[in-house]
Design a protein. Structure first.
Length: 423
């Protein structure tokens, strides 16, 4: 039997956590809102809202001006680079901001594409979000060959034998997701990076889905690029890219002439969303403060972030196991991906399911009326839904658990599903 609610909350102070998020006061038809839609965008703590508002009140200006508010803007951007450097385990000058992960990936793919041509190969996976697929496939126009790594349909894990058979001396880049945004699978990215480098290829990691669920260490991974979106880990709608310094300097991004040639700024098109950049620092500091509450003796923000994730991982795994335990007992419900309790470390707490006699949209609508916010569809993991033959029938119902969710919410969700399914 999964851990009890008392076991799950002994070290993670859910009362303090939930008090940080003003949206948790929302109700639907008299029901308290349960935010299980986080894979599409998490809720944000009050400090993020305040940081955005404070920027607009006290620092609203463009950069590099000879006056106060412009200098404040410069400082805010520098502070956000430092915060994300602590989040990734990198240096601040290796941090690039953008509209979102998709636009940043297109920027990098276009720059890398300048140096590719016939005979060069890219290795992609069919488990990925399309934002880490289509930008690379577009390089086929240059004569580049795209290899596609399959996944095992039984548990939605990458077929590593297929990957090994397709990577070789012609491979120039391997693009892979840290974790699947649809079915939660955590990919063996460190091994994939190692194999990419063994043949002289670059490794590009999409960490959008993984970022709120586990610690990231780009130095340990040795990846060449890693990209995520801050609105997936309690921040504003922005994208953030880590790139090894040598690549950010050597690759040639497309940019306007007036933009600086200094890195990382030359990778940032036009004026950034400065108020949201301010919010990025606030969301990283929220995670760090959670870690300080768990381990008051930590000396640095990086150490505090790692302390927070140590407890987040433990709690979310147990909560996911509890929800999967209840779903397995429901007739007609099929959960996609890893479901075995001993393998919880191989997945994020993101659950994709289908139920006999109900479309994903019907389930999401009925749950929404009861205050449970879930997603239906393909979540842009289009190759996955096509391979599993569910695209034509509305994809999946996706339930996303986060450290701010409670055992009570999980249990109420199971009760609501049983009521809807008549089981």
């Amino acid at each position: 039997m999964p851990l009890s609610e008392q076991d799950l909350t002994t070290t993670l102070d859910l009362s303090w956590i939930r008090a940080q998020f003003p949206s948790f006061a929302e109700t639907v038809n008299g029901h308290p809102a349960a935010f299980l839609d986080g894979p599409g965008g998490t809720q944000v703590p009050q400090r993020v809202i305040d940081a955005i508002s404070d920027y607009l009140k006290h620092a609203n200006a463009n950069t590099c001006g000879a006056y106060l508010t412009s200098r404040r803007t410069n400082e805010i951007i520098a502070a956000a680079r430092a915060a994300m450097a602590d989040f990734f385990g990198s240096d601040p000058d290796e941090i690039v901001f953008g509209f979102n992960m998709t636009s940043l990936t297109y920027a990098v793919s276009r720059a890398i594409g300048r140096e590719l041509g016939p005979g060069d190969e890219l290795l992609l996976t069919l488990l990925d979000h399309d934002a880490n697929f289509s930008p690379w496939v577009a390089l086929e126009d240059r004569g580049v060959k795209v290899q596609r790594v399959a996944f095992r349909q039984s548990d939605c894990t990458l077929d590593m034998d297929d990957l090994r058979s397709k990577i070789g001396s012609s491979t120039r880049l391997v693009a892979v997701g840290y974790a699947s945004n649809a079915v939660g699978t955590i990919n063996p990215v460190q091994e994939i990076v190692r194999q990419a480098h063994a043949v002289g290829a670059l490794a590009y990691i999409d960490a959008v889905h993984y970022a709120p669920h586990g610690p990231i260490d780009v130095r340990a991974l040795d990846c060449d690029f890693l990209v995520c979106s801050s609105y997936k880990f309690f921040g504003p709608h922005m994208g953030v890219l880590y790139g090894k310094r040598k690549h950010l300097h050597s690759l040639q991004p497309y940019k306007v002439r007036a933009n600086t040639n200094e890195s990382p700024n030359r990778w940032e098109w036009g004026t950034l969303n400065h108020e949201c950049v301010a919010g990025i620092t606030a969301c990283v500091d929220y995670i760090a403060d959670l870690g300080r509450r768990l381990q008051p003796t930590v000396k640095s923000r990086r150490a505090a972030i790692l302390a927070a994730y140590e407890e987040i991982v433990r709690y979310e795994r147990a909560l996911c196991e509890r929800l999967l335990h209840g779903l397995r007992a429901m007739p007609g419900v099929k959960v996609y991906g890893i479901t075995d309790p001993p393998r919880m470390a191989e997945r994020c707490p993101t659950i994709a399911l289908r139920a006999t006699g109900h479309t994903p949209l019907e389930l999401a609508t009925k749950l929404g009326d009861r205050g449970f916010f879930t997603w239906d569809g393909n979540y842009y993991a289009l190759n996955l839904t096509e391979q599993l033959d569910v695209e034509k029938d509305g994809g999946f119902l996706r339930i996303g658990l986060f450290h701010y969710n409670t055992v009570e919410e999980a249990d109420r969700l199971l009760a609501a599903l049983r009521e809807i399914l008549g089981t």
